[in-house]
Design a protein around this ligand. Structure first.
Ligand code: WT7
Length: 668
């Protein structure tokens, strides 16, 4: 934590002056506007403030909980803070999230509506359309299979699967029985799976023989075997046959999915649970230390994701929603599985790589299935920027009506490219700021919000997000500090699996003893508001440079570099400097068709100097072919820094591309 530095002196380098107003018909027809009219709100500002206020936020959440969710037994209290920071929501109620996501649709008018359009990666395999009725049967058969293995409410099960429909089916089957699922991204190594399965004491692992990646079958089951060897509670491994890869099955432990569901009933009674019953444990992709098992509760995750999806992405009955994330991350949990299904929407799921068989694949998917709302990440947008606009230009993207972004601050350059080349220069971009810990978007535009490129705009209705200095005082507009949540909300994390102390320390301790600030959640990001109150996220607390007394976000310099017409990606680190504290060093990947040269390095430095000012100009620019990234696409600055300064790089087993570390030159 940036504890040493008492004074927060954040330079606002670039005021964003461009404003993109939402088109009138989007505003008028939006879900949120309908609600505002019903309630008699005149302005967005008034509405957001009312919903998040001390007086009304519980009333707001009460209404949302009743709007989006069917409760088996009504709750008697909306929120209980008597055990702060362990907040409880919807006390006294009973719920089953799979009942809400699947059963009620399958038994009603949406029985034949498509829940998932699933596109396999191999182009010679057919797209599958899975209706709510189909989903109901598949979930129930698999749940009955799990039951037959003796798995029951409260048990933990690790799910280690690629992007195939059986992944949400497995999650929903667990939730139907009150089994706590812990999805582990299929790109993690066996060690990653083992650590996670061992930490939460999983009784079973659900996996596949293998999956397709860039046209080739990749084996996966073997990783589960290796993981089970170090996760003593694992009694069963369930294997779905996806890629026809030969696997060894261990007698008595391993069971094929198709054998497990054979002859099972297509009906399965939901296990009604307390709203606080854990729905899932998800380990964060934190860049340092041991992964943290974030515990999420059932009730809150039935309400928050569905409500935010309905308001922010404005989903309507005929929309086709595509969230490109992997279900292995929270984005997929909330916005591929629970929220769209609770709303009874049609979602697209794509199995494979964005560049297979070429960089047109995503755009073809959108054209073929008339996707209306697209939600993706800045890292993907920058990748497409690097390849050039000719790829999306080949396809008809006219079905799109709204765009979204998540995962890291989106640099204004990428924002503009996204709007121009994917959004026909007219679509609004919902830049949603949130975390694994939060379960839902916290700050985000609504379809009615005037946008500024690079800004996640304002706290959503019901969320009370602020920026505090180190002493717990709200910072004035135009200055930066720690972004915090002042109030609890339904989908917030409940605990760390097995580590109360670290939970307290990471999120609550910082402001605990500041008068009036007990229970304030420290998100771990730096942010600032401009003169109009728009929030700009500047990156993680530990990703902020201190150069000659100025606080400069690495992300800000990287954003400036990426705006250079020849630069595709950049990582910026602080190199210890006797005079300035730190000097700025940049590692950049060039856009295709450009060659490294000392002139280009100088030009890049001059470019940042011009955009951000001399204090933020790198003193060195190094050209690299690749940068080490996490599986979710975040550049691992910590690793870049360690390698370039000649320090030990530490554990790099969770990197997407460990070989990239070798490309980083030593600079001392
Ligand atoms: C961290 C959380 C939320 C799902 C994916 C990542 C950064 C996320 C934004 C955004 C700026 C963002 C923050 C946050 N982040 N979205 N729209 N603008 N920064 O989940 O792995 O838990 O990472 O991602 O630094 O704290 P995660």
């Amino acid at each position: 934590m940036a504890g040493e530095e008492k004074k927060l002196k954040t330079a606002v380098f670039q005021e964003e002056t461009r404003i993109f107003n939402p088109p009138k018909d989007l505003v008028e027809n939006s879900n949120v506007m309908k609600w505002m009219k019903k309630k008699g709100f005149k302005t967005e500002k008034e509405m957001r403030a009312w919903c998040s206020s001390d007086e009304h936020y519980l009333e707001f959440w009460d209404e949302m909980a009743k709007t989006y969710v069917d409760w088996h037994k009504p709750y008697t209290k909306v929120m209980d803070d008597s055990e702060m920071p362990y907040f409880h929501w919807f006390t006294g109620g009973e719920i089953n999230i799979t009942y809400n996501a699947v059963d009620r649709h399958a038994k009603g008018k949406k029985k034949d509506k498509v829940a998932y359009i699933w596109i396999p990666e191999p182009t010679d395999q057919p797209t599958q359309k899975i209706t709510y009725g189909d989903l109901y049967k598949e979930v129930n058969k698999f749940a009955n299979g799990l039951k037959s293995l003796g798995l029951k409410k409260g048990d933990r099960v690790s799910i280690y699967m690629p992007m195939i429909p059986q992944l949400p089916i497995a999650m929903l089957a667990c939730a139907k029985l009150g089994i706590i699922h812990s999805v582990v991204f299929s790109g993690f190594s066996s060690k990653g799976l083992m650590d996670r399965a061992a930490d939460c004491g999983s009784r079973a692992i659900i996996t596949v023989d293998g999956f397709y990646r860039r046209g080739k079958p990749v084996p996966l089951k073997q990783n589960a075997d290796e993981a089970a060897a170090g996760a003593p509670a694992v009694e069963k491994i369930i294997v779905y046959k996806r890629a026809g890869v030969d696997v060894a099955m261990k007698e008595g432990r391993d069971v094929w999915w198709h054998d497990l569901v054979k002859g099972r009933s297509e009906e399965c009674e939901p296990v009604w649970v307390d709203p606080e019953h854990r729905l899932y444990i998800l380990y964060t992709s934190g860049t340092t230390g041991k992964p943290k098992g974030i515990e999420h509760a059932t009730g809150g995750n039935a309400v928050g994701p569905a409500q935010t999806l309905h308001w922010v992405f404005d989903l309507k009955e005929n929309d086709v929603w595509w969230c490109t994330a992997d279900i292995g991350w929270v984005t997929g949990h909330s916005y591929i599985v629970y929220a769209p299904l609770i709303l009874g929407m049609t979602g697209l799921m794509y199995e494979g790589a964005a560049d297979y068989p070429d960089f047109g694949r995503w755009w073809k998917n959108i054209q073929d299935h008339k996707v209306t709302v697209l939600y993706t990440a800045p890292t993907a947008i920058r990748m497409f920027m690097k390849q050039g606009p000719q790829w999306p230009a080949k396809y008809d993207l006219s079905s799109l009506r709204l765009l979204g972004s998540v995962g890291e601050p989106i640099n204004p350059e990428a924002w503009m490219w996204y709007r121009e080349h994917i959004g026909r220069n007219e679509l609004q971009i919902m830049d949603t700021w949130w975390q694994t810990e939060t379960g839902t978007f916290l700050n985000s535009p609504l379809p009615i919000t005037p946008l500024k490129p690079g800004s996640c705009t304002f706290p959503l209705p019901g969320y009370d997000i602020s920026i505090l200095d180190e002493d717990g005082k709200e910072v004035p507009l135009g200055q930066g500090g720690n972004i915090v949540s002042l109030k609890p909300y339904p989908s917030m994390l409940r605990a760390f699996w097995g580590d109360k102390e670290r939970f307290m320390k990471e999120y609550w301790q910082f402001y605990w003893d500041v008068p009036g600030r007990r229970g304030v959640y420290l998100a771990g990001d730096k942010a600032q508001r401009d003169k109009d109150g728009y929030f700009f996220i500047q990156g993680r607390i530990d990703d902020v440079l201190s150069v000659a007394g100025h606080r400069i976000a690495n992300a800000e310099v990287e954003s400036a570099l990426v705006a250079h017409p020849k630069i595709a990606e950049a990582a910026v680190i602080g190199k210890p400097d006797e005079v300035k504290g730190e000097s700025i060093v940049a590692f950049v990947i060039l856009r295709i068709g450009n060659d490294p040269s000392p002139e280009l390095a100088k030009d890049a430095i001059a470019f940042v100097r011009k955009t951000l000012g001399p204090v933020a100009a790198p003193s060195e620019v190094h050209f690299v072919n690749d940068l080490p990234k996490t599986r979710s696409g975040k550049i691992m600055r910590r690793v870049v820094k360690a390698k370039s300064l000649g320090n030990p790089v530490g554990d790099i087993s969770t990197l997407m591309n460990p070989e990239a570390v070798d490309h980083i030159p030593l600079i001392v």
